[in-house]
Design a protein around this ligand. Structure first.
Ligand code: KG4
Ligand code: ZN
Length: 326
């Protein structure tokens, strides 16, 4: 059995977790900075990095004690290398290097996007090949996982990420940050057919969400207060989920794959899950909600299946290099 301690600090969640053989969750703890950044309407990188420094050691201790393990019972340390905010990534990477050196354990780094998808290996028997829809605050991609180490991008957003669109529309409607959870719950009370918002006319498997955001803005400008916030949320959510589901199912059909995997913060969305669950021809996996948004369990799972062995000279990257996906 391989027991890995994972650390995640790519954005505004400080997280530590321990996972055995990439599938069995032994502990997972995190401190979210959402409230700290909410008053700024988005993540302030410098504030985020400082908050990670304050939280990381506490969380490492807590992850070990919850798993009832000592450091000498671990087989390795792993952390997110990128993409993300450089200042915040360096906090997790430096902590992982320090532990690797002082506890004499091998160091492994993982790609943040790949690790979101790997959240689906926890507690399941999922095996490649499959099509993955990765929808987070910073990225929207359809991925073809041919094997654990053989992944290619089938399509991606040309502008805003799906989660970013949620966050921007929420700000427009005065609903605060992050936008996904609050739009999701308001949408449950609204009519998805109240307004017809465009899907974004982009060829093949790519996406565009900036036009949708502008369409919501134009609609809001035309309306008299009080705004029908629930109907706007439901109609916006309908447009986002419809195009995500349509293109992912088409990619799976074309690649002749029957397994679809959802990942990233937006994979927590109720309507997206409902639409995929209705696609009876496919076996659809999605992580439990706490494993959709940033966490360290997915880091330890990814490190087991696809981690890159690293030494103390390894650096972080803010944008995903092509080589991390092939
Ligand atoms: O994966 P994640 O935690 O961080 C990134 O790596 O970006 O995703 C955060 C994003 C935010 O944009 C947030 O608004 C969105 O996920 N999100 C949701 C829901 N929960 C979180 N979007 C739609 N519906 C949700 N229930
Ligand atoms: Zn993420």
């Amino acid at each position: 059995m391989t027991i890995l301690l994972g650390l995640e600090t790519s954005c505004d969640e400080t997280a530590a977790a321990i996972v055995a053989d990439g599938r069995t969750l032994l502990s997972s703890v995190l401190i979210s900075q959402t409230e700290i950044h909410a008053k700024f309407g988005g993540v302030v990188p410098e504030v985020a990095a400082r908050s990670h420094v304050q939280a990381i050691n506490l969380l490492i201790d807590e992850a070990l004690s919850k798993a009832n393990l000592r450091p000498d019972q671990l087989d390795g340390i792993c952390c997110t290398r990128g993409p993300g905010l450089i200042g915040t990534l360096l906090v997790g990477l430096s902590a992982a290097k320090a532990l690797s050196w002082s506890w004499d354990l091998p160091l492994t780094t993982v790609d943040h996007l790949f690790s979101h998808v790997c959240a689906n290996f926890i507690g399941t028997d999922l095996q490649p090949p499959f099509v993955a829809l990765l929808v987070s605050g910073g990225h929207t991609q359809i991925l073809h996982f041919k094997d654990f180490n053989d992944v290619s991008i089938v399509g991606e957003t040309l502008d805003d990420a799906a989660g970013e669109a949620y966050d921007k529309v929420a700000r427009l409607l005065g609903l605060g940050y992050p936008g996904g959870p609050v739009i999701d719950s308001k949408a449950m009370e609204g009519n998805p057919l109240a307004f017809k918002f465009p899907e974004g006319v982009v060829k093949n498997y790519d996406f565009s969400f900036s036009g949708l955001k502008t369409a919501v803005l134009r609609q809001v400008e035309k309306l008299e207060p009080p705004l029908p916030v629930e109907d706007l949320c439901a109609s916006f959510q309908e447009a986002v989920s419809r195009v995500l589901v349509k293109k992912t199912l088409k990619a799976a059909e074309e690649l002749n794959l029957k397994t679809i995997v959802l990942a990233g913060g937006v994979a927590a969305n109720s309507e997206l899950r409902r639409k995929f669950e209705a696609a009876k021809d496919f076996k659809v996996y999605f992580p439990s909600r706490h494993l959709c948004t940033d966490n360290a369990a997915m880091v330890a799972a990814a490190a087991f299946f696809q981690g890159e062995p690293a030494d103390l000279s390894v650096g972080a990257y803010s944008r995903q290099p092509a080589r991390s996906l092939v």
